[in-house]
Design a protein around this ligand. Structure first.
Ligand code: 3H9
Length: 654
């Protein structure tokens, strides 16, 4: 009897067979821009897999091809919005066991199951793909493969720990899981996570079909890689991993990578035992405050992406001022694909910025032709010809009201209709700059942070003249260049400088009163800050710190050490000496004196920052506490595992 055509549709899946007896399984999560493995999707898949088992037994199915029904990508992982319910320990182990069993049944199917990957295959999505027998992926700019779980305070929980080790070997698999870094398809192929590459998405079905018909199996689960997990080598690998992880995160703040290393130490020689061990090690992580706060940070940063005028397009940017900020903003925009003109008084002033741009391109772009294209996109423009063609004009000259006003007066008539007009001022009220314009509503603030390439935040400064339209466009532009926008009222110090300054000044005063700067910096780091306040002041520059402090109304006595250092041009990192001496970009620190409770001292140190975060919310500088939390995390690096200063205060942690 000829096989009967099959068609099953559930909320998340579509399954049909074709005349060759191939089963096409497509995932399409309803009401979501990305596919996720929700509990519902997993339960539906259980029913489908039972069907595959029956059809395979009756030889009505030759193989199954798993694809995504969405352009956005393959599968973005388990559904993170369900995790709060899953952090209930009593349900979690059962849920994990059930998914483990399901993935094992897929692996045990007698017929080949092939995953066709385009776009994002992350976390649980990659784990499902790894339970298939063969993986084909599109080798383009959009495909990204990896395990971002550590960023959520957990590690892979659907069998990904063991299966990635089986495919890629322990060293590479652990490195991917511990770092959360995402791979391009070519790199994933190199490691064995992917078996075959195709150039375009429309070749995916064809290649996957071939793989099923030829009964191809992944060749990567080789003996060599299994051996690498064994014996004394593993002990060495474990100590190296611990060393690497310790450089980035403390165990008490981010337990997940440490728990994953422990799991590897116990079971790294047996990928199946590793999968089995996942369940017990996973549950406490999922229920931890760290994981809950990191989920909060994830959804808050997702929320930032929702801002901005939809469909706004930006192709050309003109930056005025080729100093550190202007030059680096211009280079960043060119890196992110914009055609940029950079204006300053003469070529001598522009050239260093172009050179820094080249360095950035070489660091961030892999291929020579990409670097060359970025270099070509960043153009010196001493005559300012780019203004009339630009979609965005950003002024980043010295903090001097008269000079800024003069520049803007000359710009207004030359601008393209609808172009954004912005200043990168960090201290001058926007209204005072805008006053001189024919249309003051046009000027917004786009406040970038130094170093531009490293800090994700851009404060979108709103003056009393602005309408939602200008602010929406500003936010859309920040997103277009890969930055995270937070809208902030034009008020002295905006958000980030306003909360940072009392924190840094309090630490400076403690040093002046005789406390050890090394101790204070170590205490802040023990609390969870990326850098201590004194090292930060040296990094920002003491002159900059002093001028922002003065603008914000803080009194810094002339006889203070701080003022004296500025007068003596000991400005911190950039001059080679500030509170610390600096050699090759590193603060030369003395030993940290003993202290009974570093973390407690750290809490006391960040208190002024936390208190000021509350004040800025009550003054309406940012829309609400969530915005303050995510803005402060992105602008200062404030301990993400605490969920932001206000969340930490609510939880009694700060
Ligand atoms: C995991 O898999 C654990 C397992 O090992 C074990 C579990 C027990 N869940 O960012 P976008 C939403 S952990 C729920 O604007 P993009 C997102 O919130 C998971 N929702 O698109 C947004 O919603 P809305 C490991 C998710 O193109 C919308 O989709 N995976 C999820 O800029 C669009 O997102 C990750 O950590 C999810 N997994 O970036 C990946 N993913 O429209 C997390 C996305 O309502 N996701 N949403 O605001 C990402 O990194 C990015 O979303 C992605 C796309 C790179 C995929």
């Amino acid at each position: 009897m000829a096989p009967q055509p099959q068609l099953t549709e559930t909320k998340n899946w579509n399954f049909h067979t074709d005349v060759e007896g191939l089963g096409w399984l497509t995932i399409n999560t309803p009401n979501s821009p990305v596919n996720t493995l929700s509990r519902e999707a997993i339960m539906e898949l259980e029913t489908l897999v039972a069907r595959f088992e029956d059809l395979a037994n009756s030889r009505e199915l030759v193989g199954v091809i798993l694809l995504s029904g969405k352009d956005s990508g393959f599968i973005a992982g388990a559904d993170i919005s369900e995790f709060d319910a899953m952090s209930d320990f009593s349900v979690l182990p059962e849920a994990l066991k059930r998914t483990h069993a399901l993935f094992q049944r897929i692996e045990n199917l007698k017929i080949p199951v092939v995953a066709g990957i385009h776009g994002f295959a992350l976390g649980g999505g990659l784990e499902l793909a790894l339970a298939c027998h063969y993986r084909v992926a599109v080798n383009d700019d959009k495909t990204r493969i990896g395990f971002p779980e550590v960023n959520l305070g957990i590690f892979p929980g659907f069998g990904g720990t063991g299966r990635s080790i089986r495919q890629a070997g322990p060293v590479d698999a652990m490195s991917i899981m511990l770092s959360g870094r995402l791979l391009r398809a070519g790199a994933a192929r190199g490691l064995g996570l992917v078996d075959k590459l195709v150039r375009h998405r429309d070749m995916l079905r064809w290649e996957a079909r071939k793989a099923v018909l030829q009964h191809r199996k992944s060749k990567h689960a080789g003996l060599f890689k299994r051996v690498m997990g064994m014996g004394p080598l593993r002990g060495y690998a474990v100590s190296k991993m611990q060393e690497q992880v310790a450089k980035k995160a403390r165990k008490e703040h981010y337990p997940a990578p440490y728990a994953l290393i422990d799991l590897f130490e116990k079971h790294g020689d047996d990928w199946q035992a590793m999968i089995g061990g996942e369940i017990d090690a996973f549950a406490p992580l999922m229920g931890s405050d760290t994981a809950s706060n990191l989920r909060r940070v994830f959804f808050l940063s997702e929320g930032l992406k929702k801002q901005g005028t939809k469909g706004a397009k930006f192709a050309r940017v003109h930056v005025i001022g080729a100093g550190v900020m202007g030059g680096d903003i211009a280079a960043w925009c060119a890196l992110r694909g914009m055609a940029v003109t950079l204006q300053d008084l003469d070529m001598d002033r522009i050239k260093p910025a172009l050179d820094r741009g080249k360095k950035l391109f070489r660091k961030r772009l892999k291929k020579k032709f990409e670097v060359d294209a970025a270099v070509a996109r960043l153009e010196a423009d001493p005559a300012g010809k780019g203004v009339s063609r630009a979609d965005v004009v950003i002024e980043a000259v010295v903090e001097n009201l008269e000079i800024k006003r003069k520049i803007f007066a000359g710009l207004e008539d030359k601008l393209k209709p609808g172009a954004i007009l912005a200043t990168n001022t960090s201290s001058i009220e926007l209204e005072r700059i805008a006053e001189g314009l024919k249309d003051p509503a046009r000027l917004i603030g786009l406040h970038f942070f130094n170093p531009v390439a490293q800090l994700p935040l851009v404060e979108i400064i709103r003056s009393t003249f602005n309408n939602d339209a200008e602010i929406g466009k500003g936010a859309a532009f920040a997103l277009a260049i890969g930055k995270s926008p937070v809208v902030v009222k034009s008020a002295p110090g905006f958000l980030v400088n306003r909360v940072l300054m009392p924190y840094m000044l309090d630490a400076v005063q403690r040093v002046e009163a005789g406390e050890s700067k090394e101790l204070l910096d170590a205490a802040a780091v023990a609390f969870g800050m990326p850098m201590g306040p004194i090292e930060l002041m040296d990094t920002v520059g003491l002159d900059v710190g002093l001028s922002v402090a003065t603008e914000l109304g803080h009194e810094v006595p002339e006889r203070s050490k701080f003022s004296k250092l500025v007068t003596a041009k000991k400005l911190g990192r950039k001059s080679g000496e500030g509170f610390y001496k600096w050699v090759d970009g590193k603060a030369q620190k003395g030993p940290v004196p003993d202290h009974k409770d570093l973390a407690e001292l750290g809490r006391a140190l960040v208190k002024p920052l936390v208190d000021m975060s509350k004040v800025v919310v009550s003054e309406g500088v940012v829309a609400n506490g969530d915005m303050a939390d995510i803005g402060v995390i992105m602008g200062t690096g404030f301990a993400p595992f605490l969920g932001g200063p206000l969340q930490a205060r609510k939880d009694g942690k700060a």
